[in-house]
Design a protein around this ligand. Structure first.
Ligand code: GRF
Length: 186
């Protein structure tokens, strides 16, 4: 069994999907950087230990990430899955987990990076958008793409319907990709 930590800042639906769909890995803990993240409620319901680490309590990103690293070490974490974690990952975590930090983004990267990817694709009236799973590097929404799934934006489709469809795809592809990486299929 491979030990995974999930990082989240908000709703946490991808965190929950990763927990529920786990086969070759186990989500050992949730790290949150927002005290009121709904992901915490999900962690309680799922019986997953969670840790709120407050960036404001630390002088530097290095200190903040070192505190996280201590928790990850205590669970012998091998993979980190970023599931709506709204911070740039710094050198401390990157060096501790080279090529083992997975992120998910709601567009077909490199198109529409950033925080409003679904809306940006919708407003730009592209016909195709989707979901990307990638291994992070130092950039924002850059890194090695390991999986993508396309979604057609149909004529007169509502933004809300597109959002729902994207999230549905996310919940499957994130866990599937992690399994493929662990199983050596990617
Ligand atoms: C997802 O759309 C993910 O692609 C992006 O942030 C969102 C998180 O949603 N990185 P949730 O908190 O997992 O529901």
């Amino acid at each position: 069994m491979v030990n995974v930590a999930v990082f989240a800042s908000g709703n946490g639906s991808n965190f929950e999907a990763l927990v529920r769909r786990a086969k070759l890995y186990e989500v050992r803990c949730l790290i949150v950087d927002q005290e009121n993240a709904y992901a915490i409620t999900r962690a309680k319901n799922l019986n997953i230990p969670y840790y709120f680490i407050d960036r404001d309590q630390y002088q530097s990103r290095k200190d903040y990430e070192s505190a996280i690293l201590k928790i990850l070490d205590s669970y012998q974490i091998e993979w980190i899955a970023l599931a709506g974690y709204m911070r740039i990952v710094g050198q401390t975590l990157m060096k501790a987990y080279p090529n083992h930090i997975l992120n998910i983004h709601p567009s077909l990267l490199p198109l529409f990076p950033g925080k409003q990817a679904i809306l940006d694709a919708y407003e730009n009236q592209v016909k195709l958008t989707g979901v990307t799973v990638f291994i992070i590097d130092e950039g924002i929404d850059t890194g090695k793409i390991v999986a993508q799934e396309a979604i057609t934006i149909k004529e007169n489709m509502k933004l809300e319907d597109l959002e729902n469809q994207i999230h549905q795809v996310e919940h499957e592809i994130f866990s599937n990709t992690l399994h493929d990486l662990i199983g050596g299929k990617i």
